[in-house]
Each structure stands twice: as structure tokens, then as C-alpha cells.
Design a protein around this ligand. Sequence first.
Ligand code: NI
Length: 178
Amino acid sequence: MSKLKIVSFGDPVLRQNAKPVTVFHGKLHTLINSMAKTLKSSSNGAAIAANQISVLKRIIVIDYDKEYFELINPEIIASEGEQTDYEGCLSLPGYFGLVKRYDYVKVKFQNRDGEEFIVERTDRLARCFQHEIDHLDGILFVDRMTEEFLVGDGNDSKIRRQDVIDIADGKILTESKR
Ligand code: NI
């Protein structure tokens, strides 16, 4: 079980579709354990999707608000209401943007052994589920933002949403890639 590298906006894997998990064996368990460890050692991450560690499989680990979930092949089967709040991402540290989401979601998923479950949540956990399931479809929170700028964490800096989308799409190279 090792800590994995979290990729940043601009890595093409964040724009790709993750494939359903069909085999629930020991290797899957090792991968999920590593995702959980990686999430725990990140500074303020609430959740991680497999795309973020360069694995195109439909796996999400959430450790947020004293709740822990491992969601394999998650699917939103019902939703209701709306909420708008700031959202960030482990793949874009230090910046947050306003995103409108459903206030309630009902999610069907499998656990690490392939057993099916249903979970219902509102508010922040519902937001978290939607953000992470989007990752599995190559969708990033900036795609759903309602304002033109993202704001810096604890400072006055701002970055334009469109610039972040261009970075995510590989149209603007970031310092580390030059
Ligand atoms: Ni994210």
C-alpha cells in the first residue's frame, strides 16, 4: 500500500471517462487502500476519484464530515433541489469556485467486494458525491461554475475560470509542464 501521485489540471487523464470495475479482487482492494492513504495524507482533501491518480476506473474514496465511503461504479439515480457553494479540488490546490449542485442525491454503488448499496445525502456530502462522480466522466468543477473567477484560499488572488478550463484542456501549459 503506497501513496499515489495526484495529477493536476492539465493532465489529460482528468478529461477522460473512467471504465466500470468488473473484477473485485485483491488488486482492487490494494488500489482502494492506496487511494485512502493518499487522501488522508493530502492537506485538506475530502475525496478522491481514481482519475486523479491516473487510473481510469470508476472508483471514489470519500473521507469527509466524519463519514467514509468507498464507491465503486457509483451512479446518481435520483436528485432534488439545488445548492450553490464554494468547491475546490485536490487537482487544483488553493483555489475555489462557486458551483450550483443538486441539494439531494440518491447514489447506487458497489463496495470493494461488489455488493450493491444505495446511499442518500443532502448538502455537503451530496455536493461531494456529485463532484467526484463528475471526475469519473472527465468533468471538472470549473465546467459547472456560475461565476467568471475562482478565488484564492485565504488571499485576494483570483484566476479566470476560462483560463483554468484552458489549462485543463491542455491549451495553456502550466509552469511544471513547460
Ligand atoms: Ni476534484
